[in-house]
Design a binder for this molecule. Structure first.
Ligand code: FE2
Length: 250
């Protein structure tokens, strides 16, 4: 079975459409999403609507913030959460449509386990909040080793930092470029960050996601019209820097 695993769409519809076109091209059986469909970007309703078609939808910290409270968000992210919430509660759209979106949000699970894979938004032990950063390998290796003990199957997939790559015991991080874009998933523990569809932060503005085919893992990058997303930001009161950062992938 071929599975596309995507994450952190962040209400960037042109990016999501480009990734779904690429997924169509390569052909998969299922699409799993690790959360943060909304937040930061200009089209939360539209992206949520598309996500109802995915086979698995996990809860991200931005969905959690909209459903409950924006704990630990900086002022800009908080402003985006408030605006997103308004869009999702808009009375100018059919009530049934709005109710369906909130029902969809409320149905999102924190984790998903299936065969040899475990999925979470942040980390396996703290699915919506904790970050696993590249620098943790040198600054806090114990934390990374603890994380390898926090899930059952050999491979865990996460998002949240918007930086794609693989973490292996040691601990060690390797970017997709360092492994030639592909790697075999063995019995050894691995935590894979799939990167972000709608707001990459590794200096490459292209959307990031992965394809898993049995024990083969492939990282993919997809060009999308960043300027189009930036134009759509202009129709909203969202902070300008959220649009500007997309061009640099930071
Ligand atoms: Fe995110």
């Amino acid at each position: 079975m071929r599975i596309a695993i995507i994450s952190d769409i962040h209400a960037n519809l042109p990016a999501l459409e480009a990734v779904l076109a690429d997924i169509d091209l390569v052909g998969v059986d299922r699409i799993y999403c690790l959360g943060d469909v909304i937040g930061y970007g200009p089209e939360p309703r539209e992206c949520l609507e598309v996500s109802t078609r995915f086979d698995v939808n996990l809860l991200g910290n931005h969905e959690e913030a909209v459903l409950y409270d924006p704990i630990g968000f900086n002022p800009r992210a908080k402003a985006a959460v408030e605006w997103t919430k308004q869009q999702l509660m808009s009375t100018s759209l059919p009530r049934e449509e709005t109710a369906a979106l909130w029902k969809h949000l409320a149905s999102m699970k924190q984790t998903h386990e299936e065969g040899d894979i475990f999925l979470a938004h942040g980390t396996p032990r703290d699915p919506t909040r904790e970050y696993l950063f590249v620098q943790d390998c040198s600054d806090d290796p114990e934390k990374v080793e603890e994380l390898f003990d926090s899930f059952g199957p050999p491979t865990a997939f996460v998002g949240h930092t918007h930086v794609a790559g693989i973490f292996t015991p040691g601990p060690r991080f390797q970017s997709p470029e360092e492994i030639g874009g592909k790697i075999n998933l063995g019995r050894e523990n691995m935590i894979v960050n799939v990167g972000s569809v709608g707001q990459p932060r590794d200096g490459d503005p292209r959307s990031s996601y992965v394809i898993v085919d049995q024990d083969e893992l492939e990282f993919r990058r997809v060009v999308y019209p960043v300027e189009e997303t930036q134009r759509r930001f202009k129709r909203t009161p969202l902070p300008e820097n959220l649009a500007l950062r997309l061009i640099e992938g930071r």
